[in-house]
Design a protein around this ligand. Sequence first.
Ligand SMILES: NC(=O)c1ccc[n+]([C@@H]2O[C@H](COP(=O)([O-])OP(=O)(O)OC[C@H]3O[C@@H](n4cnc5c(N)ncnc54)[C@H](O)[C@@H]3O)[C@@H](O)[C@H]2O)c1
Ligand SMILES: [Zn+2]
Length: 406
Amino acid sequence: MLVKTLENSAQDNPSQEFPSDCYQQKFHVHYEYPVYFTRDLFNEDNDLLASTIDGKNEARCHRLKIFIDSGVIEAIPEIQDRITKYVSARPDCLKIAGKIEIVPGGERSKNSWDLARRIMGEIAKERLDRQSFVVAVGGGSVLDIVGFAASLVHRGLRLIRIPTTVLAQNDAGIGVKNGIDEQGMKNFAGTFSPPFAVLVDYHFLQTLAPKYWTGGIAEAFKVAIIKDKDFFGFLCANAQDLKNRDDRAIEYVVKRCAELHLDHIRTSGDPFEFGSARPLDFGHWSAHKLEILSDYELGHGQAVSIGIAIDSVYASMTGLLNDSDCMAILDALEKTGLPVWHDILEMRNKEGKLHLIKGIDEFQEHLGGRLCITLPDGIGKKIEVHEMDPVLLEKAVSILSLRKKE
Ligand SMILES: NC(=O)c1ccc[n+]([C@@H]2O[C@H](COP(=O)([O-])OP(=O)(O)OC[C@H]3O[C@@H](n4cnc5c(N)ncnc54)[C@H](O)[C@@H]3O)[C@@H](O)[C@H]2O)c1
Ligand SMILES: [Zn+2]
């Protein structure tokens, strides 16, 4: 078959004068968005939000539809007034479209098409167009559902994410994905849709519940173990400070972890995950299953911590990780206040198999293609494996059961 590639940069092939049987369409889309780190974003003197929105010098007043996580409103009741004041102080540049909307926070809200439709309805009511801004302020769940809705309206509005949890600041809020849980599966429906900008304000972390403070640190362990030995060393050395909510330590963790995630998206050659490999999902095949099995009692970060523990013990049993590195991982997770065990690990189906193991099939289905699980290959390096031995997984679970807390 004659194939003619249509590509802007390539010169037409003059020898191909007869009609081709296929036009191979080819073009590249350039994506670019800033991730800023700041403190006290809505302080009237902090110009970051306004200058980001007006960054393209479009010389007009920008309409913003703002959605805020209910957990943020509870923790910082004055935030709505502060945002209103901030915007009112810049009438030539910013205007709030309608009223500020409150979106229920937490994983359960991500479980609802109704909520995604309601968000689209609020956007429709204000007749936002593709040049208007949706501003999402919240944890990973709210960012995911608001981002999902915003990416569907007119095939994508400009989205500014303002992540307010550790996990959202170092992972969920800075990447190119969003989604909702559907059909009993995490992130079953979603889109790849890079944001217009991300504004990380460390001040939000002060009001976080302990579960969400430490939960985000699990993602830092995840990326450090497979990509950055020095960062893993930092996490181990500062585990106690991190547990004690040391600002300096958490800010370093957020920034370094965000940088590693951004590096991966930029340099992996597969930002929209067309392939089957998903290194940043180390520890996640079981984490997603555990979240569902626990009916979301386990937070994402806690589930990831247990997932890291399972895969690290498994990696040590297959000779990929030496025992002392494996112990260092388990000890550091626990010292940070993260779990490496939950009783649902022992739940079995009628055939007596661990429920957990079903997570491997579901993970493969979500990724598509061949099973591809990332394991540590020593600290700071990774390897992809294409099968997991259920007998070894049973053993890994029984090894971790020795760390059960009474
Ligand atoms: N899109 C992605 O690339 C990506 C990546 C990783 C994780 N995620 C998703 O992120 C979600 C988890 O996000 P999360 O860990 O941020 O939890 P979360 O969004 O569920 O929020 C946890 C709780 O903290 C509250 N909260 C948020 N900010 C607060 C603040 N500053 N002060 C007090 N309370 C606050 C929320 O209301 C909620 O009750 C999961 O659904 C996960 O799948 C998405
Ligand atoms: Zn995660």
